[in-house]
Design a protein around this ligand. Structure first.
Ligand code: UD1
Length: 417
């Protein structure tokens, strides 16, 4: 198994081009089931995207991937369609569940493996199924699979989600664009990735409006050749911003949309991070003095759970006790014991972590448990004394394109062995 060896305490300097958003590309790839020819550009070359492409191929679509151009063309000829998402693909990437809505809407049935648990929580899909049932789907669960049918097609409906879910909002939009009549969804997730999916579906003729947490959807969509450039990965951007604040003389983050991370920028400013912000790039500098802060993770426009582990590293360098309340996932502090082994002073009580700083981090052998936890260990290693060895880095390859290359170009000392 591969691991990363990182020698810390090097001052970073240079430019990092931020990749396209993994979490925007995944639902848009699922949406290609609804169209015959789609070109998607600015896609990140990461394993979750390759898994989604494998799933589309399994279903019967074809694609041409250009790694050089970070783009993919997807074709659906509607021939030899397999309405199945098998366990082996959904278990490695939970977003596989997003093909449920489009398959059901277009082919009137789908058989999708239940994703199962995950390191950060139980992650059920009840909200996806709740909304699809409201659109008229009949759903049964048997042998670990969701069997969904809509023999006379889906019908528009008024649905209020009992809790906010990114995936359930996306799946329901993907189904509702093919339903008869209007669908009104309330208490929706309104992450930038959802706006990007909506922008994509509008190119196919869907009429979709987002107002606060209410989304109105009216189909039908028209099959036509379209091209779409996905938004920048705001989580990758936030990760390197924190990396820069920790360790860079100057880090220039390019190919971005800074308006996607307003909340993160305001929190980093409060912590004393020095940045020069423009629309398409941000320069960040190692801050001499980091201030403590209390934050909580929330659905967008709140602070994202996907940056919780990374900002915790910055808090280890702040004077005093910082607090993070994790409101989205029940078990998302798996990185804490590993960080303690590197010298961090962190206590967890219920869903709140208390981080006392500043503390001197020292290199150790550590193990990554999920994607964002892994990258937080990389950030910690960059400022730690001596060498850190990070095991199980396959998590990183699921979501960060060329992580070590991007950091090595900025003078970090990283080796994959
Ligand atoms: C997406 C992101 C993930 C991010 C998360 C929260 C993708 C591919 N992944 O995941 O990186 O961390 O949003 O911002 O975009 N829940 C239920 N029932 C459901 C669905 C969700 O109880 O049917 C719960 C989850 O367990 C969790 C919370 O709702 O506690 C939020 O999950 P959700 O927004 O659905 O996350 P994902 O779409 O899986």
């Amino acid at each position: 198994m591969q691991k990363l060896l990182i020698d810390g305490k090097n001052i970073l300097s240079g430019r990092i081009s931020i990749s396209g958003s993994k979490n925007a590309t995944l639902p848009i790839l699922a949406a290609t089931i609804l169209n015959n020819k789609t070109i998607i550009t600015n896609i990140p070359l990461v394993n979750d995207i390759f898994t989604m492409l494998d799933l589309l191929k399994f279903i019967g679509l074809e694609y041409k991937l250009s790694k050089k151009k970070n783009s993919v063309e997807v074709f659906n000829s509607d021939k030899n369609i397999n309405i199945l998402a098998p366990y082996k693909l959904v278990k490695t990437m939970r977003a596989g569940i997003l093909v449920l809505g489009p398959l059901l809407a277009k082919y009137k049935k789908a058989k999708i493996s239940l994703p199962g648990g995950c390191a950060i929580g139980s992650r059920p899909v009840d909200l996806h199924l709740f909304a699809l049932k409201k659109l008229g789907a009949k759903i049964k669960i048997k042998n670990g699979y969701i069997f969904a049918t809509a023999s006379s097609g889906l019908k528009g409906s008024k649905i209020r989600f009992p809790r906010i879910s990114v995936g359930a909002t996306e799946n329901t939009i993907l189904a509702a664009v093919q339903a008869k009549g209007k669908t009104i969804l309330d208490n929706c997730a309104i992450e930038p990735e959802i706006h990007d999916l909506v922008k994509f579906l509008k190119k196919l003729g869907a009429k979709i409006k987002i107002k606060k947490r209410k989304i109105t959807i009216e189909g039908p969509i028209v099959q036509k050749k379209i091209s779409h450039k996905v938004i920048c990965d705001r989580i990758e951007l936030g990760t390197y911003l924190i990396g820069g604040a920790l360790a860079a003389k100057k880090l220039n983050l390019t190919n971005i949309e800074s308006n996607l991370i307003k909340k993160e920028i305001s929190i980093l400013k409060k912590m004393g991070v020095q940045m020069k912000i423009s629309k398409k790039n941000i320069k960040v500098f190692k801050s001499k003095k980091i201030r403590k802060i209390n934050i909580k993770t929330e659905p967008y426009p709140g602070f994202p759970t996907d940056l919780q582990a990374q900002i915790m590293i910055l808090m280890t360098q702040a004077k005093g006790i910082s607090k993070i309340k994790e409101n989205i996932f029940e078990n998302r502090f798996m990185h804490v014991p590993e960080l303690r082994r590197m010298g961090a002073k962190i206590e967890v009580k219920n869903n709140t972590a208390y981080i006392t700083g500043p503390s001197l981090l020292t290199g150790a052998e550590v193990m990554a448990t999920d994607l964002r936890a892994s990258v937080s260990l990389v950030l910690a290693a960059l400022i730690a004394e001596k060498r850190t060895s990070i095991n199980r880095i396959y998590h990183l390859d699921r979501g960060y394109q060329n992580l070590e290359k991007k950091l090595i170009n900025c003078e970090a000392r990283i080796k994959r062995v």
